[in-house]
Design a protein around this ligand. Sequence first.
Ligand code: HPA
Length: 273
Amino acid sequence: MEILQRINEAAAYISAKTGEIRPFAGIVLGSGLGELGEKIENKIVIPYGEIPHFAKSTAMGHKGNLIFGELGGKSVVAMQGRFHYYEGYGMDQVTLPIRVMKILGISYLFVSNAAGGVNPSFRVGDLMIIRDHINLMPNPLIGKNLDEFGPRFPDMTRPYDLQIIKRAEELAASMEIKLQKGVYLAGTGPTYETPAEYGYFGKIGADAVGMSTVPEVIVARHSSIPVFGMSVITNEAFSFSEDYVNDGDDVVIAANKAADRMTRLFTAIIKSL
Ligand code: HPA
């Protein structure tokens, strides 16, 4: 089936459940960050399994629900868990929900993830505003262009919205939430990086490394949706003591600890837009 038809069928199924609701913002919640979903009021929860053409969420710390409701007094739709390329899904499946959200009418996309810190000034638990990215995954726009959504050769000069970044920094200062700002590099995973790879990523300009987010951001920018992105630093991948080891459970635990701060910040930003 054509991608466009799959997107339209998924959107039609969802609209039949949510009626007149037009979400103002879409939110993608990464590993261990699903807590924001619990803060949404007047919820309508749709499990991914029910939605035609949605994949199953198999990654650890990812619940697999689409949640409609209100956050910061605005109508939102949140993905509690996302799809990753390393799960074996094609890029069209990984990014289908973003195009569905575009059809549902979102004006902004908020994305979040757990990431390894390669900038040596970062600490576990830090929140990092994503100011730019480096894509080392296959580009999700490869293939026939969906002209309905955007151009063949989309501009990527400002992938993350500068006004929202400024707003986030002002709000975080007033809420006494410490923020880092940096470049997120996306690899395919599922292996974590070798020390040499972390070192290399730092040298080419990355501050944090993960296995997600960039496909969604590229597809959102293709269709001109302003994006705000945030990484939670879950491991310090720059000094490898004898007992240093990367472990998925520890990543989810570290992300969980930061989820409340990220939730409060996202809520304040959405309220202010
Ligand atoms: N590398 C890739 N993905 C990650 C990491 C990492 O160190 N930490 C959390 N997600």
